[in-house]
Design a binder for this molecule. Structure first.
Ligand code: SF4
Length: 334
């Protein structure tokens, strides 16, 4: 199956919209004094039906927090989450149960919070029981079908197994099956292949793509790895210190990155071509600052090789379109 880079999806069919999402955490420094950590700052995104949108950035940039907000596992401090056009940002917990059937998450270590004494059958049956779906025999059929779909076969051999008896790749297939069994429209995939080896990684991403083709699901793919995002995503958004700094169709963004941070991320990827092995890779100087008291003006300015003094360190850059569907927040284009 070919890469998603270069192919497009009509995002007029919006599945998920994040509008001006902000999320503050408060850390208690001293009694009666608390400091805000702005993990996500005024982020707006849209995800189309059948589309994969990648959120790429270094650890601590807010991408996982944004993903959790999209599933309403965290309530935003400001902004709206529209799912199939309905604002779910303030939906009370009791009302979220039905919604959670349609929105599922797959995480880096999906079984960290699951009882290790549950076998594959029980792990897959649990969400069906919680949502009151099917009789015993119908549930058995649904479980067999979903195991077939994720290629854990022969299914009968897997049913009595415990998660510690499965390889990393098989565990991730089981996590996908557990999400699929509720027939979601939207899946948050948060670093789903970062803990498995390279050969399994490609197979799992291939499986995600196959399932998307068949079921028309929308994926928000969260990763620090721009190489897998290139293969898997129709569009990529680059995040730095709580903000989206660039967003565009995968090929446009990777071939013609506009924001200095995106350029640095791309240049930091090792070349697979042995002839380029000794080329000097551009390394971004310094570490991202803390989101508590983030730098004034452009947040990237203390590390930016292109900084325009007197502007970048004072004014936050506006977000502008540099070409159709491709936006960036950088003073170089304003
Ligand atoms: Fe660099 Fe200025 Fe652009 Fe920020 S706004 S990325 S500091 S050039």
């Amino acid at each position: 199956m070919k890469s998603n880079a270069g192919s497009t999806v009509n995002i007029m069919n919006k599945l998920l919209e994040l509008k001006g999402i902000t999320l503050d955490f408060y850390s208690r420094k001293r009694l009666f004094r608390s400091q805000a950590l702005r993990a996500v700052d005024d982020v707006s995104l849209e995800l189309g039906v059948g589309e994969t949108l990648g959120i790429v950035g270094q650890s601590g940039c807010g991408k996982t927090t944004l993903g959790r907000v999209s599933l309403r596992l965290l309530k935003p401090s400001a902004g709206a989450i529209l799912f199939n056009g309905e604002d779910i940002s303030q939906t009370p917990e009791a009302g979220l149960k039905t919604l959670r059937r349609r929105m599922q998450g797959i995480f880096q270590d999906p079984f960290a919070s699951i009882d290790p004494f549950m076998n594959v059958y029980e792990i897959l049956e649990e969400p069906l029981i919680i949502h009151g779906l099917g009789s015993n025999s119908q549930r058995r059929e649904m479980i067999d079908k979903v195991l077939e779909e994720v290629k854990l076969r022969p299914t009968g051999e897997f049913l009595p197994k415990y998660t510690h008896m499965l390889s990393g790749g098989q565990r991730q297939r089981l996590a996908i099956a557990r999400a699929l069994i509720l027939e979601p429209q939207y899946i948050l995939a948060d670093e789903p292949v970062s803990m498995i080896d390279a050969s399994n990684r490609a197979e799992i991403l291939y499986l995600f793509k196959e399932l998307q083709k068949r079921r028309r699901m929308g994926y928000l793919y969260i990763t620090h790895d721009i190489a897998t995002a290139r293969y898997f995503c129709h569009r990529i958004a680059v995040m730095y210190l709580g903000k989206i700094v660039e967003l565009g169709p995968t090929l446009n963004l990777l071939r013609n990155p506009r924001h200095p941070y995106t350029r640095a991320l791309i240049n930091a990827v090792p070349s697979p071509d042995p002839a380029n092995r000794f080329h000097q890779r551009q390394v971004i100087p310094g570490e991202p600052p803390s989101p508590i008291g983030a730098p004034a003006g452009c947040r990237f300015h203390p590390r930016c090789p292109d900084i325009v003094l007197g502007k970048c360190d004072i004014q936050p850059p506006p977000t502008l379109a540099v070409e159709k569907g491709h936006i960036t927040a950088c003073h170089l284009y304003s």
